[in-house]
Design a protein around this ligand. Structure first.
Ligand SMILES: Nc1ncnc2c1ncn2[C@@H]1O[C@H](COP(=O)(O)OP(=O)(O)OP(=O)(O)O)[C@@H](O)[C@H]1O
Ligand SMILES: [Mg+2]
Length: 252
């Protein structure tokens, strides 16, 4: 068994709306392992984004504990948590969340503000990312001047800027047409092959087949898990078929 980077123990999340308590995540145990490309699936509203926010320390759990590299991060103050996130975690949001008044380059660099990376390394890193993601010629554009794929690639670069131990991505292809979506998925595959640990939420079977582990969530609980990693080197179609069976058994 490989080493866990992140471990959540009996985590719960409840929201109170109009005096009614909704339990969204219920006593969930989950571990995320180093070097894995973990995929989280489940129907709309099943709590995938909520789970990602808790695992990445962007939102508090209602109860339970979260450990990042064996350190309990559950009850840290926001300021401390922000430091830990900056050094360990990258996040690509479901709606990208680019800052409209900042250029592509400025958006990408924004997490490096006060990070452990030195100024000269920041410049080097942003150049590397712009080249790698084919954004160099767009670096001075604003988000409103970009295509969907370019926006998403900018959001991914921003998530990678601080060289995070763990990259979270919430539906990174959800807003893209299929060929641009494939292109973004190729980026995730490339990152995974380079050893980046990734946790990605998706609705899409083809996207999910890029991972080596798929976790299916239903009704606030883990309803099943599939290790596609053993098939990883083989044809992607084979993994898609395996995954299709796994998902159909769960009424997907
Ligand atoms: N801040 C909040 N306040 C109240 N309810 C919330 C809040 N955030 C999420 N919820 C509720 O929690 C449930 C899960 O939401 P979540 O966004 O985690 O779902 P999801 O699985 O990511 O869905 P999708 O696939 O549509 O993105 C939904 O019923 C949602 O209405
Ligand atoms: Mg969501």
């Amino acid at each position: 068994m490989s080493k866990n980077i992140l471990k959540a123990e009996k985590i719960c999340k409840s929201f109170v709306t109009d005096g009614v308590v909704n339990n969204i995540i219920k006593n969930m145990d989950i571990e995320i392992y180093k070097g894995d490309f973990t995929v989280i699936m489940g129907s709309s509203g099943s709590g995938k984004s909520t789970l990602l926010y808790m695992l990445s320390g962007m939102d508090k759990v209602t109860s339970g504990n979260v450990y990042l590299k064996e350190r309990n991060i559950t009850n840290l103050k926001e300021k401390q948590m922000a430091e830990i996130r900056k050094d360990n975690i990258g996040f690509v949001f479901q709606n990208m969340n680019l800052i409209p008044d900042l250029t592509v380059r400025e958006n990408i660099v924004s997490p490096a503000y006060k990070s452990r990376i030195s100024k000269s390394n920041v410049n080097e890193k942003v150049e590397e990312l712009l080249q790698q993601m084919d954004l160099k010629e767009h670096e001075h554009k604003f988000p409103s001047q970009l295509s969907g794929g370019q926006k998403q690639r900018t959001a991914i670069c921003r998530g990678l800027m601080n060289e995070p131990e763990l990259l979270f991505a919430d539906e990174p292809t959800g807003a893209l047409n299929s060929s641009i979506g494939e292109n973004v998925l190729d980026i995730f595959t490339m990152l995974y092959n380079k050893g980046q640990s990734i946790v990605m939420v998706t609705h899409d079977l083809k996207a999910a087949a890029r991972g080596n582990r798929v976790v299916f969530i239903r009704d606030g609980r883990i309803d099943g898990e599939l290790d596609t990693g053993t098939f990883y080197k083989e044809d992607i179609k084979e993994r898609e078929i395996m995954l299709y069976h796994f998902l159909s058994q769960r009424g997907w």
